[in-house]
Each structure stands twice: as C-alpha cells, then as structure tokens.
Design a protein around this ligand. Structure first.
Ligand SMILES: Nc1ncnc2c1ncn2[C@@H]1O[C@H](COP(=O)(O)OP(=O)(O)OP(=O)(O)O)[C@@H](O)[C@H]1O
Length: 570
C-alpha cells in the first residue's frame, strides 16, 4: 500500500488522469452491462416485478422518457452500441495509461541519470556499470508498470465500493454478507501476494547482480577467451540465470494460484447466494438476477483488485531499488562551492597539497607550478598518485588541506563547470563510443562542427588515417573502438580533447599504445600546441619526457622537479 500511495504522491496529476480514464472506461463497461437488466426482464416477461427493482425500472423509465420503447430489438441495439462506445472509451483510456506509463519510466530514468552524472567522482567510481544499465533499462520499465497496476488497484477498489453502495440499497443483508466473505477471502489469499512480492524483490536484486557481472565479463571477454577461461564466467552466469528463473517461476506460480483459487470460490459463493435468494428468501427472479449480477461483480472486482495488487507487488521492488539508487546518488552530489569565473592567463599552482583516500596518504606536501603555455610532464612509480594529481586539477577530487590556485584564485572558489569547460582531458584508458569517428570527437556538443572535428584530428595527427577510412569521419569505430588500433584510438581521444579549443590540456599516458614514430608525431603536436595552451602529461615515455619543458617526479607524496629545459625556440 505504501508503494501505491507513494506513486500517487510522486505523480499526482498523472495518477488522477489515469484514474479518471480507467473509471470512465469501467463506467462505460458497467452501463453497457446494466442495460441488459431491462432486456432480461422483458425476455423473461418479468417487467412488472422489475418495476420495483431500482436500476431495471430506472432504465425502462429513462428509455421511455427519451421516446424509446424498451422492446427487445431496441434494447439489443442499445446494448451493442453501448459496447462499441465502451470500446472507444477503453481505447482512449488505454492511450492515456500508455502515455503515463511511458512518461513515468522516462522520469525515473532521467532522474537516476541526472543524479548520477551530478554525483561526486569518488561515488560514481564505485557504481557498477551493469547495475546502472539494468536500473535504467529494466527497473525503470518495471517501476512504470508498477505505476499502472497501482492505478488499476485504485480504480478497481473505487468500482467495487460504488457497486457495493448500489447493492446495499437493493439488499443490505446479502451485500454485507458478501463483503465480509470477500474481505475474509482477501485476507486468506494475501499469503500468495506476499510470496509474489518476495519473488519480485529477489528478481530485482538477482537481475542487478547478473547485469553487473555480465557487463564486467563482456568488457574483459577477449582476454578470458584467449586464456580459455570464459567457461568460468559462463558457469557463474549460468548459475545466476538459474536463480533468476527460479524466482520468476515462483512469481508466476503464485499469480496463477491466486487466479485459480479465486474463480471456484467466487462461483461457489454465487451458487450459494442464488440458492439463498431464490429458495430461502424467495425473492423475485428479476431482483435476484440483478443482485447476483451486482454481488458477483463486487466480489469479482475485489478479486481483480487483489490480482492487480499482486502484479504491483511483483514490480514495486524495482521502483524502490531505482529510487534508492537515485537518492544515494543525490546524497553524493558534487558540491560546487565556487562561483568565480576562471581565467588562465598566469598559471596553475599547487601549494602544500595534502590528499588521502581514506587512511591511505597519497600526497603529504605537494608543490607544483604550471605556468601557462608550458608543457609539463609528470612521472613516477605506479600508484604514486599521478592520475590523482590530474583529478585534483580538474576538481574531481579535493585536497584535505593546501590549495590549488588558478591564476592566483583558489579552485575552491571557482565555478567548477566553467573551469572544466576550459579543460581538454585524455584519460588513461581510451574507451570510445560505439559510433562514428565524428560522434566520438564531438560527443553531442552542438556548438562543434565537422570543421572542428577535422581541425582537432589534424592537431592530433589522426587526419591521415581517418580520411583514408572508407567513410572518413562517418566511419564506425566499433564496440569500445574495437575496429581501430590502440594508437588510432588514442589519437581520436586526443582529437576529442582538442575539439572545443581548451586552454588546459591534461593527458594521462597518451602515447602508451603508440609506435615510436607516432609517439614522436604526438610529441611534436604537443610541443606545437604548447605555444598556445597549457599542457600537463602523465607519462613514462622518454620521448614525452624529452619533449616537455618541465618534468616532475612524484614519489612519497611529494613532487620533485627533474629538469627544466626550454624548448621554446624549437
Ligand atoms: N578512487 C580511489 N579510491 C581509493 N584509492 C584510490 C582511488 N584511486 C586510486 N587510488 C589509490 O591511490 C593510489 C594512487 O593512484 P593513482 O591512480 O593516482 O596512481 P598512478 O600514479 O596514476 O598509478 P599508475 O601509474 O599505475 O597509473 C593507488 O595506490 C591507488 O590504489
């Protein structure tokens, strides 16, 4: 019930619209069936008796008032017309429900994606990619279906209530007895709903685990295959899918059990009601038929409400899991404290920077100066903190003490987004999108054009190989850039970093996959670029170190300058 009310609170306007649509559809359905009553009275020649029985009489009088004689043919035409009308209304209602369900899924997806992209880098790093893909794809869909079932539960419950009120006027004893029996059945069969909820929750978490593992395996499938160790991954995936199958079986079994147990019970109740009304209470047949119709409808609606509630129980865990992911991400939102617009006209300074990951000290007292239009190289043993230094420069990590200044202003006081707009970044692992070369360079930035892509490819020394591809800029690079060589991928990544004309270029081991010739070409490019922009490169490659005009060695939490030679004239 908590989920049901939460849906309504989160989507009040949409819930109201869906509810109204569903209620109109069911009223249309109810009216078309109710029109059968006078028809039945006429067919069994009992219209006189039906004169006392509320709705039948009302229908007859209403028809006479609008000048329609309630003859068999007329009533049949009204009945069929009513069904057509009901069909039309149902279609419109279904359209509204469909739009709303799609909208709910979109809202949930965007909410999670936005929260994640706005979260701190350290938080983001800990999120398994497969689980996120699963949340956006399956959980958002299941949560939206859950919303549909919530609306169904509410609409069916309201209908049951309305029918119950009408039936109370006809025979309060029979109505109350039916309601009590219905409620008792509702409680007795609720065990099946609880079991279904458990199966649904299990599916939610099993699917997350499965997708997390699957995406990890897929990203390293080449090396696993090469070592013939893919069978281990296969066995784990097999086991996980079997757990999932078991949970799905449980869900389906409990749903079928509820449906199959409701029907015979409802039939038995109807038969007993008929016997009581006709034999014990000796009520007139038309009235009994009307009552049987209303009571089976109330109990039927109660049953359908429970079945919809059971459907909701299967899906609700997806909604809560998705919501928790979004809330956790929001709680870990990156806090941009600064408001000042950055400039880069003097340089970047790190002063007495201390930084640790938890208990692990990375920097004790880091002091580095990066003048503008310089080419700084950073080297040092693996794990010394070179990539962490780059994270600090982008504001993806914040020092515990000390300061990073851009043109003499603390990065803490600078608007981080504006600062990052000035950065071109090439990461250690070059992962390209499964898209064209052009899309990989422009990555959806509308302000950039094909001319920017060509210019940046030329700057990165990649234009020759891209223009020789059969479709040039429009060539697809394959999954993670798998159709290109490691060196070609790196050069496309450099072109991507240069496309928006950054002022500060950050490169983390940009030539690790290049042959000496290509590496020399990149170094030459970087030297040329350093005339106009500020560059910092993490690298162990002698060619890069030689090309730089400032080199720092990071070790033991500090930075030592290695040499300072000027290539300005070269
Ligand atoms: N997000 C993180 N959370 C906790 N520890 C981290 C995190 N990122 C890196 N580390 C640790 O911090 C240390 C420095 O990592 P960093 O990646 O900066 O090293 P590096 O000098 O770039 O290494 P390499 O040359 O191998 O790339 C490592 O010991 C690493 O295990």
């Amino acid at each position: 019930m908590h989920t049901l009310f939460t849906y309504i609170m989160v989507f009040p306007r949409r819930s109201a619209l869906v509810l109204v649509a569903l209620l109109i559809a069911s009223i249309a359905e109810g009216l078309s069936l109710t029109a059968l009553m006078p028809l039945l009275s006429i067919v069994i020649g009992d219209s006189g008796e039906s004169g006392n029985s509320g709705i039948g009489a009302f229908m007859e009088t209403a028809l006479k008032d609008v000048g329609i004689e309630p003859a068999l043919v007329t009533i049949l035409i009204i009945f069929v017309g009513g069904l057509f009308f009901k069909g039309m209304v149902l279609l419109l209602a279904s359209r509204q429900v469909g739009y709303t369900v799609a909208h709910v899924a979109t809202v949930l997806r965007l909410d999670l994606i936005e929260a994640l992209l706005a979260s701190r880098w350290q938080y983001y790093l800990r999120q398994p990619a497969g689980a996120l893909a699963n949340s956006v794809a399956t959980e958002a869909h299941r949560a939206a279906i859950g919303f549909e079932h919530s609306a169904n539960v509410l609409s069916l419950a309201i209908q049951a209530l309305v029918y119950a009120i009408v039936a109370l006027f006809i025979s309060w004893e029979a109505t109350l007895t039916s309601l009590i029996i219905g409620l008792f059945l509702f409680i007795a069969l609720n065990r099946l709903v609880r079991a279904t909820r458990r199966a649904g929750t299990k599916q939610t978490y099993l699917l997350r685990d499965l997708l997390t593992y699957l995406s990890d395996v897929l990203s390293s499938v080449k090396s696993l295959k090469a070592m013939a160790r893919d069978n281990v991954a296969d066995a784990i995936l097999h086991e996980q899918t079997q757990h999932l199958e078991k949970a799905t079986r449980r869900e389906v079994m409990n749903r079928a059990a509820l449906t199959e147990m409701q029907e015979p019970i409802l039939t038995a109740l109807t038969a007993s009601g008929l016997y009581l009304a006709l034999v014990v209470w000796q009520l007139p047949l038309s009235e009994v038929l009307l009552m049987v119709f209303l009571l089976t409808r109330i109990l039927g609606l109660m049953n359908r409400t429970q079945r919809s509630y059971q459907h909701l129980a299967v899906q609700e865990s997806a909604y809560w899991a998705l919501r928790k992911s979004a809330e956790d991400a929001r709680a870990a939102a990156e806090k941009s404290t600064g408001t000042l617009r950055p400039t880069l006209q003097k340089g970047i300074t790190l002063q007495h920077v201390k930084f640790n990951y938890g208990q692990k000290i990375i920097f004790k007292d880091l002091n580095i100066e990066i003048p503008i239009k310089s080419f700084t190289a950073v080297m040092g043993p693996s794990g010394a903190g070179k990539s962490t230094l780059l994270d600090l420069l982008c504001g993806m990590a914040e020092p515990q003490s000390g300061e990073i200044q851009i043109d003499g202003i603390s990065l803490h006081d600078i608007n981080l987004r504006q600062w990052r707009h000035m950065i071109g970044y090439v990461s250690q692992d070059t992962i390209l999108l499964h898209d064209t070369v052009m899309s990989n360079i422009l990555v959806g930035e509308h302000a950039l054009t094909a001319a920017d892509a060509e210019r940046s490819l030329r700057q990165a020394g990649a234009w020759d190989f891209v223009s020789s591809l059969p479709e040039g800029l429009q060539s697809i690079v394959g999954e993670r850039g798998g159709l290109l060589s490691g060196g070609q991928r790196q050069r496309i990544a450099i072109a991507r970093a240069l496309a928006h004309n950054p002022s500060f270029l950050i490169l983390d081991e940009p030539t690790s996959a290049l042959d000496p010739e290509s590496e020399q070409a990149i170094c030459k490019t970087l030297r040329k670029l350093a005339k106009d922009l500020t560059i910092i490169v993490v690298s162990h490659q002698p060619a890069v170190i030689n090309a730089a005009d400032r080199v720092f060695i990071i070790s033991n939490g500090e930075a030592e300058p290695l040499l300072q030679i000027s290539h300005r004239q070269s």
